[in-house]
Design a protein. Structure first.
Ligand SMILES: C[S@@+](CC[C@H](N)C(=O)[O-])C[C@H]1O[C@@H](n2cnc3c(N)ncnc32)[C@H](O)[C@@H]1O
Length: 272
């Protein structure tokens, strides 16, 4: 197990730039559905938001654009991504943000500081997600809320017609992440973890994306081949299965009735 968890941008895929682009596409893919729920939970009324594990800053950008009244603090552990996010947000000519280098489990931020905290696609990579939720509880204001969003790889991308080999790919991904201390099936556990971390009024939502509504291109960009290639390189997946998946995927896309769906899992809790 890796004490720093199972997401390291330099090693999770075979190309850092492509992985950054994939993260951007993944924000775009779910934004419509996510924003609907963010509004329902009152995020659009927040004056101060912290995003923990903010990566290259693409969600921070969306929050700044859509919530003109909010100051957004981004906390990110990887210095490469802290620098990337700072440069990226400055280039968008946005203000009201700061990016700080730190861990979600020990942010160094003051108690009771934020109206909202968001941890998106981060808890699934941590050896001790509860430790992170307790730290989030500490820095959220009384009356404030947390939103956590993660995958559950039992319910990852599904297609019509089905693509054989996808289950083997997900199993290989889960083994690789678990070997580093992550849990790609954490989605189902999010409500319990928030409750154990002290949050109340916990709600749970499924965020979904469908190719018939968003187009195939959005899915191509948000998946990419970088992580599957790395699974082959690291011995978690055979190149033969990856080849079968590529062929099956192309065949599926050629079917005029094809569908691709993907879900994320969101839990929200309040600090009394
Ligand atoms: C899959 S990316 C998600 C980035 C962003 N939240 C998004 O939704 O696009 C996970 C991010 O969490 C960061 N991370 C991992 N462990 C962390 C920790 N202990 N503290 C802060 N950030 C962490 C990684 O470096 C990476 O940027």
């Amino acid at each position: 197990m890796n004490p720093s968890g199972s997401y390291h941008i330099k090693t999770i895929a075979n190309n850092v730039e492509a992985e950054i682009n994939r993260l951007k596409a993944q924000v775009d893919l779910f934004w419509q559905s996510e924003w609907k729920h963010y509004q329902e939970f009152g995020l659009d009324q927040a004056g101060s938001i912290v995003e923990l594990g903010s990566g290259p800053g693409f969600l921070v950008e969306k929050l700044l654009v859509h919530i003109p009244g909010a100051e957004v603090t981004a906390v990110e552990i990887d210095p490469l991504l802290v620098e990337y996010a700072g440069n990226y947000l400055a280039k968008q000519k946005l203000d009201r943000w700061q990016v700080i280098e730190g861990s979600i489990t020990d942010t160094g931020l003051e108690d009771d500081s934020f109206d909202f905290a968001i941890a998106r696609l981060v808890l699934e990579h941590l050896p001790d997600p509860l430790e992170a939720v307790r730290e989030i509880y500490r820095i959220v204001k009384p009356g404030g809320k947390v939103i956590v969003i993660d995958n559950d790889f039992e319910m990852h991308i599904m297609t019509y017609p089905p693509v054989s080999g996808l289950r083997e790919l997900y199993d290989a991904y889960c083994k690789a992440r678990a070997a580093e201390g992550g849990n790609p099936k954490i989605g189902r556990e999010l409500p319990r973890i928030l409750k154990e971390g002290g949050f109340t009024d916990v709600e749970f939502e499924i965020i979904s994306a469908h190719s018939a509504l968003l187009g195939d291109e959005m899915f191509f960009r948000s998946e990419g081949i970088g992580i599957p290639y790395k699974l082959v390189q690291d011995g978690f997946l055979s190149s033969k299965v990856l080849g079968q998946i590529s062929l099956g995927w192309r065949k599926m896309i050629r079917d005029e009735h094809h569908s691709v769906i993907r879900q994320l899992y969101m839990a929200v809790g309040k600090k009394d």
